[in-house]
Design a protein around this ligand. Structure first.
Ligand SMILES: [Ca+2]
Ligand SMILES: [Ca+2]
Ligand SMILES: [Ca+2]
Ligand SMILES: [Ca+2]
Length: 329
């Protein structure tokens, strides 16, 4: 019939237009898509669909010898795009507390996809995360999930219609401990709280690089891109502070009045020697106030155990540094 032919022609043109606009590199590589008939009744196999997922309730989970062949194509309108036309297997991850996880699909199969979502069936768009690709393993890394249940679906862009064998591992990311409080000036340690004027600090023990004295225009003459620790001391106008440090790395130390503008408010700095050299600063307070001593280094993220020696005024009621009780007015 004429109308029928016209409709067919329109559909063909529309189809070609859609195909042309959606054609990307993956599609060009993949070739024709095969169609796996969608499962119309519940799959009577654990993992077959959302009603009976494979439940993972403790971590780490290392599931080897997994497959989705024979699990049916239950879902093909998910955030995986073309990568959900094959058979799919569903996992449910139950978390009792907020957890940061790494999810890794290991397989030699091609055209595989993996999604993570808090809904099942998975959302057509706006999954928590997904990963697809023509080859290789698939990783969803560093996903921080609140307590609750999550679904992981593993599928293919046919062909292949399914993945004969794969491994799924879910491991908890244990974040590194937070840096010491005196990594930044907000947690600077008052020098007069020490019972000695010589102390060590291991700049590699969680400290980070927060402060840079700048380049040639800065008060150390060089950048201080090393990891830094902060100390503070209250000086009256005219009081002197002498500080030195030595470390196996190319160390640097500097004294500032405002850590938020450390380079600009630096009043003394030293980076005159290389590794194992002694750096010394001496400063006579121009005004009363808190001064922040930054124990630092030259190289990017450089660190080591540093030995710091302080000569400074100690309040009369707080005689703690046996050898340095003098006021240097
Ligand atoms: Ca599917
Ligand atoms: Ca720091
Ligand atoms: Ca630094
Ligand atoms: Ca140095």
């Amino acid at each position: 019939m004429k109308t029928g032919n016209l409709m067919l022609a329109i559909l063909m043109i529309l189809g070609l237009a859609v195909a042309a606009s959606a054609m990307d590199k993956d599609e060009a590589l993949h070739g024709p898509t095969a169609y796996v008939p969608e499962a119309t009744s519940p799959m009577l196999i654990t993992g077959g669909d959302c009603t009976d997922p494979i439940v993972i309730s403790s971590l780490p989970a290392n599931l080897t010898g997994q497959t989705n062949c024979g699990y049916g194509n239950s879902y093909s309108a998910t955030c995986l795009g073309s990568y959900d036309g094959g058979e799919d297997v569903m996992y449910r991850l139950d978390l009792a507390v907020e957890t940061t996880v790494d999810i890794v699909l290991t397989t030699t199969s091609t055209w595989t996809g993996m999604l993570l979502d808090n809904n099942c069936p998975p959302d057509a768009s706006g999954c928590i995360a997904f990963v697809t690709g023509s080859s290789g393993n698939k990783t969803l890394a560093d996903k921080t999930l609140a307590a609750g249940s999550y679904w992981i679906m593993i599928d293919t862009w046919p062909t292949p219609n399914c993945i004969p064998t794969f491994s799924l591992s879910i491991t908890e990311d244990v974040p590194p401990p937070p840096p010491p409080a005196n990594d930044v000036c907000a947690g600077a340690i008052d020098l007069q709280s020490f019972d000695t004027n010589v102390f060590t600090v291991d700049l590699c023990a969680g400290y980070t690089n927060n402060y840079d004295a700048g380049g040639t225009a800065g008060c150390t003459g060089y950048t201080t891109a090393g990891k830094d620790a902060t100390y503070k001391i209250y000086l009256d106008a005219g009081e002197n502070l002498t500080a030195s440090m030595v470390s196996a790395h190319d160390s640097a130390l500097w004294l500032v009045t405002d850590c938020a503008a450390a380079a600009a408010t630096c009043v003394a700095g030293a980076d005159d020697t290389l590794a194992n050299g002694i750096e010394t600063i001496s400063y006579s307070a121009a005004a009363a106030g808190w001064y922040y001593l930054i124990i630092d280094g030259y190289g990017t993220d450089a660190c080591n155990v540093a030995t710091v020696t302080i000569d400074a005024p100690v309040a009369n009621e707080n005689y703690q540094w046996g050898g340095v009780k003098a006021m240097f007015k």
